[in-house]
Design a protein around this ligand. Structure first.
Ligand code: FAD
Length: 300
């Protein structure tokens, strides 16, 4: 069994920023990359809100740069997935390999929930299917777009999109919203938003980009012309392997005091503990905080 100073689980913005800070603090961190090296941002073609890139940067390029930066200061990478953990012993298992860390940073991210319908994957990340209005809304200035969902997040996304888009359809499969009253009232009062009740999205259509949505209600099937669809049906934090070992909220987001978890020496950063912001820069910021806190913990 290997005993490491600092093991970082995950190689998205949070994990790689933690690695840059950990490596520069001479901890020689080990990053376990998981099945998505570079994390969620590698699935988007263009990132315009990460500071330092006035013309924007490709998601894959940004994450390759972060990896390179972490590597050049002495980070080591393991192309593997943590399948099991004993967090009390600070022990992680990747297949037959067992790794112990004096400190561990969990940065496993969250996966946006998808509908698994035709067109969804084809147009994902830059072609009209998005899971983040804050990230992609601006690309649809003066266009008609749709939001799928009926909770607070869906309402928030729809209202945010009215800052750019000429029209926003909120498509909900039920006849009432799950959102809080205040959010629902704000949504209804917005003249740019039209709610399509009892409607189910069956297919996302287009050639190179999204041009329409195929919807069904109980009585009819029809096509709604629009340029983008924002899925706001929730995220699942990738924390199942830590279930029961570290304190989480009802949805599985790891709870903490800042980046400290309920367990000594186990830290957390990024979307796996943040259901509010879910941005590259906030995940990176937490990664930096987690590495600095881990370094102080190790030298206390
Ligand atoms: C299509 C899309 C476009 C986006 N656009 C923008 C944008 O323009 N601007 C912006 O600020 N944000 C954007 N976001 C949000 C941003 O990508 C996330 O907020 C950010 O990636 C979160 O970083 P993270 O490191 O917490 O998690 P993630 O990026 O989700 O990375 C998680 C990492 O953990 C690893 N992992 C998971 N489970 C395990 C395991 N068991 N063992 C080992 N490793 C594991 C994965 O392989 C992955 O490397 C976008 C998101 C998507 C999906």
């Amino acid at each position: 069994m290997n005993l490491e100073n600092l093991v970082i689980v995950g190689s998205g913005c949070a994990g790689l920023t933690a690695a840059i800070y950990g490596a520069r603090a001479n901890l020689s961190p080990l990053v376990i990359e998981g099945i998505q090296p570079g994390g969620q941002l590698t699935t988007t073609s263009h990132v315009e809100n990460f500071p330092g890139f006035p013309k924007g940067i490709g998601g894959f390029e940004l994450m390759s740069n972060m990896r390179l930066q972490a590597e050049q200061f002495g980070t080591r990478f393991l192309s593997a997935t943590v399948e099991r953990a004993n967090l009390r012993r600070k022990e992680l298992f990747c297949g037959d390999v067992s790794i112990r860390g004096k400190a561990i940073i969990i940065a496993t991210g969250a996966s946006p929930r998808l509908l698994n319908i035709p067109g969804e994957r084809e147009f994902f990340g830059g072609k009209g299917v998005s899971v983040c209005a804050t990230c992609d809304g601006i690309f649809f200035k003066d266009r008609e777009v749709a939001v799928i969902g009926g909770g607070d997040s869906a309402c928030e996304e729809a209202i945010f999109l009215t800052h750019f888009c000429s029209k926003v359809y909120l498509i909900h499969r039920r006849d009432q919203l799950r959102a809080s009253k205040i959010m629902a009232d704000r949504l209804r009062a917005n003249p740019k938003i039209e709610i399509l009740w009892n409607s189910v999205l069956r297919e996302i259509c287009g050639r190179e980009k999204v041009t329409s949505l195929r919807l069904t209600t109980e009585k009819r099937e029809w096509e709604l012309p629009c340029n983008a669809v924002f899925l706001a049906i929730g995220h699942s934090p990738n924390t199942q392997i830590f279930e029961g070992q570290v304190e989480c909220d009802g949805e599985g987001y790891i709870k903490g005091e800042g980046v400290r978890t309920s367990l000594d020496g186990i830290f957390v950063a990024g979307d796996c503990c943040d259901c509010h912001y879910r941005q590259a820069i906030t995940a990176s910021a937490m990664g930096a905080m987690a590495a600095i806190t881990a370094e102080r913990y190790l030298y206390e």
